[in-house]
Design a protein around this ligand. Structure first.
Ligand code: ATP
Ligand code: MG
Length: 542
């Protein structure tokens, strides 16, 4: 078990108290996605909570698909959800379940409610039903079909199942109270007709239980001890409890609600994300700009950073919105610790070292990760012609610009001090190259006479560079096209970066090698996140 004292929230308190008092002998939780889209970062909060609690308290967590609405559900989503939960680092063992596994039982329970006079078949249209339901301030009215006999209801329900009626013609409803203050108790729908094939049960059924009628009973069948869900289901709890009280279920789960994750500037709703995908504004569910788990993975965000974030935000009953910068902070923190450092030039400017012989080159020793000695070092080739960033040179430096300009000496990281002697220009007056001399005594990047320079630049040897396409995504406006750098120059070691691996381009940010294999360019990276951690600064100030 992990250190429990570190993980304190009201749900864990309840779990601990239930175990201590012997109300439950072993904790069983579940993560219950509806397979109608890909998972997003909000779902990660629920996954970390449910699987985390099971792990910490020595219990188990099920993955259960709430697959009750075949018109919106697809096998692609079922597969993607499993891949995402696994990637996040969680394992449901043998406990992969589906609400559809219980369709026979759910149907039998519906018949039992009919026999007890607690459910009836209604012929009202969806519009009429809405009209009869009343409002928050006005009670609803009874449907004219509410007092059908149990025998008639049973006959109609069986004929619904047999496929005698078209979609929407009839609905099985619970008979509770049309005047209830809680609208969820005003005779909610239990079964709807839907002539649609189901990803798992095929055409065996043409009636499907509603989410509300399947969810709590699925928990009861699986022996879930703590049914954890988000606050919007708080008002549904009395209904779930009514089903549990009126059906011969094998166990009585308790539901606890927590606040969903909201992030500033990010829309976490499957419906919205589906629109982005369908409109073609993004390159699928795993577009690096998407707040989906698969989008974050493709973007280069490590699973461990998502877990650390979910742990840090904690769990409460009060709705709130978390700064997206706070999430970014965990991404940077993880990448800073674990990613390899490499040199890449995105906006290249030629640097010619006048006193370095052409045709000569040497290998400089470069540290792979200053945060991790075990990551070792690599050799970076150095030669007479290098690429540096255009932004690192100014012919006429403005006040406060300490990088390269005529007469100024700077350090080339891991290599030498160089001093600018002038520039080369084309006929139009644009700078085509910067010229300099190097000091051989500064090999490795330090001067024996201890003289200082005010800047250290990254660079790439022109003759040894690999060319790459680099995409600079703006994660704040999902629909904006990325800025594409078509001819970036990379140090040779970057050609060996594995697809999907994220490295730090020194001084530029963290970049992930794309694994989609764009045909035009074998080497393609995109920015996972910049280096600047504004959240850490804000925190330091306060
Ligand atoms: P969305 O609102 O994005 O369409 P959903 O709630 O319909 O999502 P489900 O598949 O029903 O998606 O969600 C599975 C589980 O994840 C549910 O228990 C739900 O409460 C939880 N969940 C969904 N969104 C969030 C969120 N933003 N923060 C925390 N948990 C969430
Ligand atoms: Mg839902």
């Amino acid at each position: 078990m992990d250190d429990l004292s570190e993980n304190r929230d009201f749900i864990r308190d309840i779990v601990r108290a239930d175990l201590d008092a012997g109300r439950v002998s072993s904790v069983v939780t579940r993560f219950p996605p509806e397979p109608n889209g890909y998972l997003h970062i909000g779902h990660a909060k629920s996954i970390c909570l449910n699987f985390g609690i099971a792990k910490e308290f020595g219990g188990r967590c099920h993955l259960r698909f709430d697959d009750t609405n075949p018109s919106k559900e697809e096998q692609e989503y079922i597969d993607a959800i499993q891949a995402d939960v696994r990637w996040l680092g969680f394992d449901w063992g043998t406990h992969l379940h589906h609400a559809s596994d219980y369709f026979d039982q759910t149907y039998a329970w519906a018949e039992q409610l009919i026999e007890k006079g607690l459910a009836y078949v209604d012929d009202l249209t969806a519009d009429q039903m809405r009209e009869y339901r009343g409002t928050l301030t006005e009670p609803g009215r009874n449907s004219p079909h509410r007092d059908r006999s149990a025998a008639e209801n049973l006959d109609l329900f069986r004929r619904m199942r047999a496929g005698e009626f078209p979609d929407g013609a009839k609905v099985l409803r619970a008979k509770i109270d049309m005047a209830a203050g809680n609208i969820n108790l005003r005779d909610p729908a239990l079964y709807r007709i839907q002539h649609a094939p189901h990803p798992r049960t095929g055409t065996r059924w043409c009636i499907y239980p509603t989410y509300d009628f399947a969810h709590g009973q699925s928990d009861a069948i699986e022996g879930i001890t703590h049914s954890i869900c988000t606050l919007e289901f708080e008002d549904h709890r009395p209904l779930y409890d009514w089903f549990i009280a009126n059906l011969p279920v094998p166990s009585k789960p308790h539901q606890y609600e927590f606040a969903r994750l909201n992030l500033t500037g990010v829309v976490l709703s499957k419906r919205h994300l589906i629109e982005l995908v369908n409109s073609g504004k993004v390159d699928g569910w795993n577009d690096p700009r998407m707040p989906t788990i698969s989008g974050l993975r493709r973007r280069g965000v490590p699973a461990a950073a998502i877990r650390a974030f979910c742990e840090a935000i904690g769990v409460s009953k009060a709705n709130s919105t978390v700064e997206t910068g706070y999430f970014d902070h965990f991404v940077r923190e993880h990448l800073n610790r674990y990613s390899l450092r490499r040199m890449a030039v995105l906006k290249p400017l030629k640097l010619i070292i006048e006193n370095y012989p052409g045709g000569q080159s040497e290998e400089m020793e470069a540290v792979n990760n200053p945060e991790d000695a075990a990551a070792g070092s690599r050799k970076v080739p150095f030669s007479r012609e290098l690429w540096i960033e255009q932004d690192d040179f100014m012919e006429t430096p403005v006040k406060g610009f300490f990088r390269l300009s005529p007469g100024v000496e700077v350090r080339l990281r891991y290599a030498y001090f160089v001093k600018c002697t002038g520039v080369e220009k084309d006929a139009a007056g644009a700078i085509t190259a910067v010229r300099c001399t190097y000091d051989p005594a500064t090999h490795g990047g330090d001067a024996p006479d201890k003289r200082k320079v005010k800047a250290t630049l990254h660079w790439v040897s022109a003759n040894h560079a690999s060319e790459a396409e680099v995409r600079l995504y703006d994660y704040e406006t999902v629909e904006a096209s990325p800025e594409i750098v078509e001819h970036a120059y990379l140090e040779p070691a970057l050609a060996a970066t594995a697809p999907g691996e994220t490295v730090q381009f020194e001084r530029l940010g963290y970049f992930c090698r794309d694994n989609t294999g764009r045909a035009t360019n074998a080497l393609s990276f995109h920015r996972t996140i910049g280096l600047r951690d504004t959240w850490a600064k804000v925190k330091a100030k306060s």
